[in-house]
Design a protein around this ligand. Sequence first.
Ligand code: PMT
Length: 395
Amino acid sequence: MLRDKHIILGITGGIAAYKSVQILRLLRKAGAEVQVVITPAGKEFITPVTLSALSGKPVVSEFFTANTGQWNSHVDLGLWADAMVIAPATASSLAKMATGVADNMLITTYLSAKCKVFAAPAMDLDMYRHPTTQRNLLTLQQDGVTLIEPADGYLASGLVGKGRMEEPEEIVRRMDEWFESRGELKGKKILITAGPTHEKLDPVRFIGNYSSGKMGFALAAECAARGAEVTLVAGPVQQNTPQGVRRVDVTSAREMHDVCVAEFPAMDAAIMCAAVADYAPESCSERKIKREKTGEMTLRLIPNPDIAAALGKIKTGNQRLIGFALETDNEQANALDKLRRKNLDFIVLNSLRDPQAGFGKDTNKVTILGADGREQPFPAKSKTLVAADIIDFTL
Ligand code: PMT
């Protein structure tokens, strides 16, 4: 899977840098094109001459190449790469990555990279265990970095414990596995709903909710990245359409219902992530509703169609239907009730009581419940990683 892939190999200043040579050799052997970016401290452990000879490219380390004065563009490098692996990743470099301290070429490249990033931490066991390092690692995971955990064993300090960089073969295997997962949904058609619905009251007002669309758009991006043909039915949101995704914009629950019912028969799966209004005003005034001098005003609401339940009714044996449940109390019981009533295969439960979950956040914390009785809780992660978990578990 690594053949012809563009890989940035980031090397920081740790004793495990000698193993980076083996990572470079394995990547090259697998057919990848590798650009080494090394920190100034990294060069104390391994020479750029060795790395450029093995990669077939000049090693990048400084913002400017001293003898020519040429500027090394971290932006171009970030765009060039299909994946980036930082191995070894020292405590200091991990901290800079987590907090955006862009004081060397490697960290600026990391911040510019749009591709998948792997990091293989390597340090002494007490540094690894330290709450600061653990906090930084959690931040990086939430930012979508895949950590290749250090192994237990003899450390350069003479101590024994966790902190030794994972073996090069395992690091390259994990990268290969990730590239392989990219094509796993090829040939599948997936319908995804995202965002809120707006139910119009008059030309200037509506009933809506706080959904930003982030969770649904992350699902669409991840399904598309894995090769699926994605139709994203989006309520009114300010989100960029992920690459390769067909987007259908709607405003109301009724419009979302009509698009979904028409599209679903051609789909292999549907993921209902939108926060759909359960009620809409009975009528929409053509003119702006004026304040009544007499005081109170009564609004009559009528139920909207339940889109997930409508798809549950027409679902065939070959189709998967996945819903979400956004709860504030009796979370599990309410989610299971929705799973059954709407004839879903899975329901993704997130609770508004959880500070890392819900509307507008960049993170979510979910438990996936299956119609077959399976139940899988996940820790808080970025919505991108939550999307990957949902796809791994349900599709
Ligand atoms: O968009 P973000 O800001 O990133 O926030 C993400 C999210 C909180 C919106 C998302 O994670 C989420 O929980 N979405 C579902 C919200 C919701 O409306 O849940 P619900 O429990 O009310 O509905 C249950 C299921 O039925 C959902 O799959 C919903 O899409 C669907 N439904 C609900 C009502 C309706 N009339 N038709 C439906 O299809």
